[in-house]
Design a protein around this ligand. Structure first.
Ligand SMILES: Cc1ncc(C[n+]2csc(CCOP(=O)(O)OP(=O)(O)O)c2C)c(N)n1
Ligand SMILES: [Mg+2]
Length: 789
């Protein structure tokens, strides 16, 4: 089997190296990293100790995790990074990020003072709340790491199609990673997918402090992780010892010293870091004291300087860090494993319980004096720096990363037609309708179609994307033949792979799907290229990727999730594939407008609206829950009014008479049962109505808005014709709570039908009977409602 070659090509961004040799540059960077350490620690201290507490809650912030990554982040932001690079910062290094932006004049003092308070700098870097230099939000560990790999893929996708602004250089996608983030499996899923797509220009900088939240990590772990990166075609650069330790190793018997540290278990090393010089001396004397070179080494250092040498890991050595970063001049994915100490430079350095540790007032005062910051000047950008202020100012003004304002890009919207083509057919499923609408778009030559990019985790064909892919092709960085076609093996699928392809095929990992959608959905701000991403998957497996979906929405990425098929309507497939709770996810997920259309003409309206909503300033993402059940399609004209109601979330399929005592409200694939029950009911309750709910989510949101004093909600308007003591029978192939709230809108009695328990194999008549979704169940509920009047 042929594997893609992974020959690296030179990286354009590597061509612009800063003048490293410039005299004093290293001294300036050293002074700045101390200042970053100070400001990040002080910011947290201020939030916890100096800002009055009104609620008795601990404010928090991570002084130790921040200290660990100060050198690496200072080197990156103040020297290595370029405006076109896109960065995900380890979540709990947020104070370091903000301190650096403050030094660069890109973050305000007020925001630092309000760190973790309303309107202040966020606890974890946030794209939507911290402003334009946060490229990716982080918070749920592992996700920020993985999303950079998908961003690298998206960068290639848009560049190879010529969709980015001509002036935008190629950027590196950089993740600053906590070592325990690598315990999250999603990182490895993403690596494998990245390898398949031959991603480029990707840097993961691992803050290898060998500590997580609870503990010191296993000694044996890193050999494995190193090997994993190598296997996936990454270059691994290990930054282990700093210049001072290397110099000590070069002295007589230095080899023994190196072996001793190499063999030192993580937990002992951490404990000795915490104890300081005395501890080092005791252990080194005990283990190596018989060697004259080591004796001389110990004699030459007092406790303080011995501790400084023994803790001189490369991740805290600016020179070593810069050398490593600047040595990379190609686009091969590169992992830097930088040895660091959690809490480096702070009193709890190396202590295994330091994750939530905060310096007390006294420790902070000692630290302030050590940093030469005069009392009262704590927020002063340059106070106490051992270098001329003008030199620092000149340096900061020339930092390449900050050379450009407006790193966040924009892309003009793509026009959306007034209506999408409506597939014709008397009976059709919403899933089939979806495939045919896209297939139709694929056959045309619209700008809209050029900007659509589809993706799916190995369910492209079974979610009806086949037609689209046949016409638009699969994306690959290189032209690849369709072997089956060339060999004249007959197949309905033509999977031509090329840089022009508009479908990204993923392996089965729903989590990756949502991370890819996050990256695709940020292509406008990240790369100045407008895309309209559509991801398809099986509805129950939304749960599998849920944190990544939430993550994508949290950072306001824009995409369409088409989850199909759904519910127990997927009858013979059985309980493992039938979704119950996803409509509630749709209801609750912020940034995601959720719809469950019953008919294909509704779907066409919703897809059209979605393409606009994805691009609107105040828009968002969209979730369409579809079905494979063929149902008779209504023959009707799509009036502007009906279309508006479908988008708002519901309309009367059969309007009630004024004062009606009963209505059936249904969503999605159970439309035929609702209709059948309605027809039967009419004999006894001639005024009854049948309400089609296309979006419980939007109706619910509007209702709450109305309660808060907004204008009358759509749902209140819809339910207004019903009598005061009317009953509502609600019906959905999903959890009944999705619709049962409708009873509260105008204080109607509600009889909710839906699925509460795991499904199983069966056919529709059996399953709808057992799970009470059939017309009989609706009639029973209606009868009960009449009795209980
Ligand atoms: C998905 C998820 N689970 C748990 C947490 C809570 N948490 C925050 S930081 C952390 C440990 C991180 O350790 P590491 O990545 O090594 O960073 P360090 O603090 O050592 O710099 C944990 C468990 C989280 N943020 N996200
Ligand atoms: Mg760690």
């Amino acid at each position: 089997m042929a594997a893609p070659s992974s020959r690296a090509t030179p990286s354009p961004s590597a061509a612009i190296q800063p003048p490293l040799a410039e005299p004093g540059r290293l001294a300036l960077l050293n002074a700045l990293e101390r200042k970053v350490l100070w400001l990040s620690s002080w910011m947290i201290h201020n939030a916890n100790h100096l800002r009055p507490s009104r609620d008795g809650l601990k404010v928090g912030g991570h002084q130790a995790s921040s200290a660990s990554v100060v050198t690496l982040m200072t080197a990156l932001y103040l020297d290595v990074l370029r405006p076109a690079d896109r960065i995900a910062v380890k979540p709990h290094a947020s104070p370091v990020y903000h301190a650096i932006q403050y030094l660069l004049g890109r973050q305000s003092l007020d925001k630092l003072k309000a760190f973790r308070a309303l309107g202040g700098a966020q606890s974890y870097p946030s794209r939507t709340k911290d402003g334009e230099d946060v490229d990716f939000s982080t918070g749920s560990v592992g996700l920020g790491v993985a999303v950079t790999s998908f961003a690298a893929l998206v960068q290639d996708y848009v560049r190879l199609k010529g969709l980015t602004p001509e002036t935008l250089p190629l950027g590196r996608m950089v993740a600053i990673v906590g070592d325990a983030e690598l315990d999250e499996g999603n990182v490895f899923e993403a690596m494998l997918e990245g390898w398949k797509h031959d991603v480029r220009n990707l840097w993961w900088v691992i803050d290898y402090n060998r500590q997580s939240l609870d503990a010191v990590v296993s000694d044996r772990l890193f050999g494995r992780i190193d090997a994993l990166f190598n296997t996936m075609g990454w270059r691994v650069v290990t930054l282990k010892y700093g210049k001072r330790l290397e110099a000590a190793f070069a002295r007589p018997d230095g080899g023994a010293l190196r072996e001793w540290i190499d063999a030192c278990p993580n937990s002992l090393y951490s404990a000795l870091v915490f104890k300081g010089g005395e501890g080092w001396r005791k252990h080194l004397e005990g283990d190596l004291g018989h060697l004259p070179g080591i004796r001389a080494f110990l004699d030459a250092h007092d406790d303080q300087s011995l501790n400084a040498v023994m803790t001189n890991l490369a991740g805290h050595d600016m020179e070593a860090v810069l050398e490593a970063f600047h040595a990379i001049d190609d686009d091969l994915p590169t992992c830097f494993i930088a040895y660091t100490i959690k809490g480096f430079g702070l009193p709890f350095a190396g202590h295994k319980d330091n994750h939530a540790g905060l310096m007390n007032e006294e420790q902070m005062a000692t630290f302030r004096r050590a940093m030469a910051v005069p009392e009262g000047d704590e927020w002063e950008r340059f106070a106490g720096m051992p270098v001329p202020i003008e030199a620092v100012e000149r340096f900061l003004a020339a930092v390449p990363f900050a050379a450009q304002r407006g790193r966040r890009l924009a892309a003009s919207p793509v026009a959306v037609p007034d209506a999408l083509p409506l597939p014709q057919g008397a009976r059709m499923s919403t899933q089939e309708g979806f495939g045919r609408i896209l297939n139709d778009l694929a056959g045309g030559d619209s700008e809209l179609a050029r900007r659509i990019v589809t993706c799916s985790p190995d369910v492209t064909v079974s979610t009806n994307l086949g037609g689209w892919v046949n016409r638009r092709g699969v994306f690959d960085r290189r032209e690849r033949a369709d072997v089956f076609r060339d060999e004249k093996v007959i197949s309905a699928q033509r999977w031509q792979m090329s840089p022009q392809g508009q479908h990204i095929e993923l392996g089965i990992a729903e989590h990756n799907l949502f991370l890819l959608l996050a990256a695709l959905g940020l292509s406008a701000p990240l790369f100045g290229a407008r895309l309209l991403p559509i991801g398809t998957l099986y509805d129950p497996f939304i749960n599998r990727g849920l944190d990544a979906l939430n993550y994508a929405c949290y950072q306001d990425a824009r995409f369409m999730v088409v989850a199909t098929p759904s519910g127990i309507t997927l009858a013979p497939e059985g309980g493992a594939h039938q979704s119950i709770g996803t409509p509630l996810i749709g209801l609750a997920q912020d940034g995601l407008a959720s719809f469950e259309p019953g008919f294909v003409d509704e779907l066409a309206v919703l897809m059209r609206w979605s393409f606009a909503h994805l691009q609107a300033e105040d828009g968002g993402s969209v979730y369409l829950r579809l079905s494979t059940r063929p149902v008779a399609q209504p023959r009707r004209a799509m009036t502007a009014e009906l279309a508006a109601d479908i988008v708002a979330g519901g309309y009367w399929l059969k309007p009630p008479q004024a004062g009606a005592e009963l209505a059936i409200a249904y969503a999605g694939a159970v439309a035929p049962e609702a209709l059948a029950a309605f027809e039967m009911l009419l004999e006894d309750i001639p005024g009854a109505g049948l309400l089609a709910i296309t979006s419980a989510d939007r109706l619910h949101a509007g209702w709450l808005e109305g309660l808060r004093g907004g204008e009358e909600s759509d749902v209140a308007r819809l339910l207004a014709p019903l009598g005061q003591d009317a009953a509502l029978v609600t019906l959905i192939d999903g959890h009944p709570a999705t619709l049962s709230w409708l009873g509260a809108v105008a204080r109607h009695r509600v009889y909710p039908l839906g699925v509460e328990h795991f499904g199983q194999s069966g056919d529709l008549p059996d399953l709808y009977r057992v799970y009470r979704l059939d017309a009989d169940a609706v009639l029973d509920a209606a009868a009960r409602a009449c009795l209980e009047r």
